[in-house]
Design a binder for this molecule. Structure first.
Ligand SMILES: Cc1cc2nc3c(=O)[nH]c(=O)nc-3n(C[C@H](O)[C@H](O)[C@H](O)COP(=O)(O)O)c2cc1C
Length: 384
């Protein structure tokens, strides 16, 4: 295996070993029903297991009902939600991929429209179709932007309840069969909104200086680590920078990563932005290939920590180079996996790791190898 491209070398994470370095990034589907996943989620995530990815992340799953981004977001706040997750996790495991869960809370971004209805705060049209608004929560009574609901400022007692709900949700994730848990600390959602001085204006121990603003992230993580088995890995997704003046910086991320590592986080998943506006909005200029890789690289070097790079990594050679240059340890693929759910299998062919479909699912690999040997293929240049 040592001759394999970096992208196809296994990675040991506590007791787990990935089959390669390809991770499917969490991607909301806005298609759950009262927090329950259904066949859509099994098909959506199952195709990535059949497509050869090493780790597959289920989308942000809310630890509290009010922590959903939209009415279509799944949850883990109730036991009845476990079976939907279990089907996804078991399917991934049976097909060679490691199932991973992202534990989230939307915070002040809770109660948004599904993207195809506008991606803004819920309005009358949403209410008419039954998507009723709720009061979101946040570190301070500051809306995401003008026209968005003013969040309820979490009290210290609310924070204790929240941490308990993270722990319960992690326990349910474990029962469902997930092998990796990730705390969603990015994109302006609750944990990130406590980290950023742009959204956290508190004067108690959960606000103020860096130590105060990091407290919630660290307490949530520490509490989840107590129920997440020591032989299983824990990830943390960060918005490494706010990308806004006076906001959270990469230096802050390095400090946070060091603290997280000390309490048992194994992988820092380095995204960025989103503190104001929807999702990761806020990047004015056109995004470039691998635009966030530098964040994973800096954390990896300065904290000596395993990192995951994400963001416009689309070409197998690009992914291979990031790993070969020691800039990250794992490569997360998001939208390109929607274009090509078999991205990992095609990458293996592009990088010469698979020549005769030997890494493809046995249900199709044997046939495709045979077809390759015995067939000529349509060539538009030669067609008359
Ligand atoms: C449809 C969609 C839903 C997403 N949902 C989530 C999510 O649940 N949690 C999260 O951390 N990021 C989410 N993201 C961000 C992706 O995980 C990823 O970081 C981003 O798309 C950049 O990677 P890419 O250029 O490979 O797509 C989502 C992205 C898309 C396209």
């Amino acid at each position: 295996m040592t001759n394999a491209p970096h992208l196809f070398q296994p990675l040991k994470l506590r007791s787990l070993e990935t089959r390669n370095r390809v991770v499917i990034s969490p991607m909301c589907q806005y298609s759950a029903h009262d927090g329950h996943m259904d066949d859509w989620h099994l098909a959506h995530l199952g195709r990535f297991a059949m497509g050869g990815a090493g780790i597959i992340f289920t989308e942000a799953s809310a630890v509290q009902k009010s922590g959903r981004i939209t009415h279509g977001c799944p949850g883990l706040w109730a036991d009845s939600q476990i079976p939907g997750h279990a089907r996804v996790a078991q399917f991934a495991l049976r097909n060679g991929a490691i199932p991973a869960i992202q534990l989230g809370h939307a915070g002040r971004k809770g109660g948004m429209q599904r993207p195809w209805f506008g991606n803004g705060p819920l309005n009358d049209a949403d209410t008419a179709r039954g998507d009723m608004p709720w009061t979101p929560v946040g570190p301070s009574a500051l809306p995401v932007a003008e026209g968005w609901p003013v969040p309820h400022e979490l009290s210290e007692a609310d924070i204790q309840d929240l941490i308990a709900d993270y722990v319960s949700a992690a326990g349910r994730a474990l029962l469902a069969g997930y092998k990796i848990a990730e705390i969603h600390g990015a994109h302006g959602y609750l944990v990130h909104s406590f980290l950023s001085p742009l959204s956290n204006k508190r004067s108690d121990k959960y606000g103020g200086d860096l130590t105060g603003r990091m407290r919630l992230a660290l307490e949530v993580t520490e509490a989840v680590r107590t129920v997440w088995p020591t032989d299983l890995p824990l990830f943390f997704r960060t918005s490494a920078v706010d990308g806004a003046p006076e906001g959270w910086t990469l230096d802050d991320t390095v400090v946070l990563a060091g603290e997280l590592e000390a309490i048992g986080v194994d992988v820092m998943d380095c995204s960025s932005s989103g503190i104001a506006g929807s999702a990761t909005a806020g990047v004015a200029r056109k995004r470039q290939p691998g635009f966030q890789v530098g964040y994973a690289e800096r954390v990896r070097k300065d904290v000596d920590m395993t990192t995951m790079a994400v963001g416009l990594i689309t070409h197998p050679q690009q992914a291979e180079d990031i790993l070969a240059q020691g800039r990250a340890d794992l490569i997360a693929i998001g939208r390109e996996a929607l274009v090509n759910p078999m991205w990992a299998l095609h990458a293996a062919q592009t990088l010469g790791h698979d020549t005769v479909f030997e890494t493809w699912p046995e249900q199709s690999g044997w046939w495709l190898a045979g077809r390759q040997k015995t067939s000529d293929f349509y060539d538009p240049e030669k067609a008359t």
